[in-house]
Write a protein that binds this ligand. Structure first.
Ligand code: HEM
Length: 128
C-alpha cells in the first residue's frame, strides 16, 4: 500500500484491526451506545475495518463493497445525540490507547474522527 499514509505509519491492517476490535468491545458495554447498536457487533466491526482502512489512506475496501460511504445518511436511522457523540469518541480515545497507536498519529486520527463524529449528530439531546 501507499507509503506516507496514516494507514502505513500506524502499521497497516494489523493496527486497524486491533483498533476496531478494541473500539467495539467498548461500544458493546457503553450504556449510552448499547440501545442503538446491534447485540452482535461482528458485521459492524467488519464494515468499520473496511471504512477506517480507506479513511486512513489505505485501500478503498469499504467503497469496493458498499459504494459511496454517505456516512451521515447511513446514520440517520439512529438517534445520535451530543451524549452519544461524546460516548463514541470516549470509546475511540480508549481504543487508540489500548491499540498503542503512537503520537503524532493518535492525535491526528482523533481530530479527524471528532470532525466526522460531529457531522453524524442528527438528534437534539431531549429527543432520544
Ligand atoms: C454504523 C453509531 C460515528 C462509521 C453505525 C451504526 C450505528 C452507529 C448505530 C449501525 C451499526 C449496525 O447496524 O451495524 C454511531 C454513533 C456515532 C457514530 C453513535 C457517534 C457520533 C461514526 C463515525 C464514523 C462511523 C465518526 C466514521 C469515522 C460507521 C460505519 C458504519 C457505522 C462505517 C457502517 C455503515 C454501514 O452499514 O455500511 N454507526 N456512529 N460512525 N458507522 Fe457509526
Amino acid at each position: 500500500s501507499v507509503p506516507g499514509t496514516i494507514y502505513e505509519a500506524i502499521g497497516g491492517q494489523q493496527a486497524v484491526f486491533k483498533l476496531v476490535d478494541a473500539f467495539y468491545t467498548k461500544v458493546g458495554s457503553h450504556p449510552d451506545l448499547i440501545p442503538i447498536f446491534p447485540d452482535d457487533l461482528t458485521e459492524t466491526a467488519r464494515k468499520q475495518k473496511q471504512f477506517l482502512t480507506q479513511f486512513f489512506g489505505g485501500p478503498a475496501l469499504y467503497t469496493e463493497e458498499h459504494g459511496h460511504p454517505m456516512l451521515r445518511a447511513r446514520h440517520l436511522p439512529f438517534p445520535i445525540t451530543p451524549t452519544r457523540r461524546d460516548a463514541w469518541l470516549d470509546c475511540m480515545a480508549a481504543a487508540l490507547e489500548e491499540a498503542n497507536i503512537e503520537e503524532p498519529y493518535r492525535t491526528a486520527i482523533f481530530e479527524r474522527l471528532t470532525m466526522t463524529a460531529n457531522h453524524m449528530m442528527n438528534t437534539p439531546e431531549d429527543e432520544k
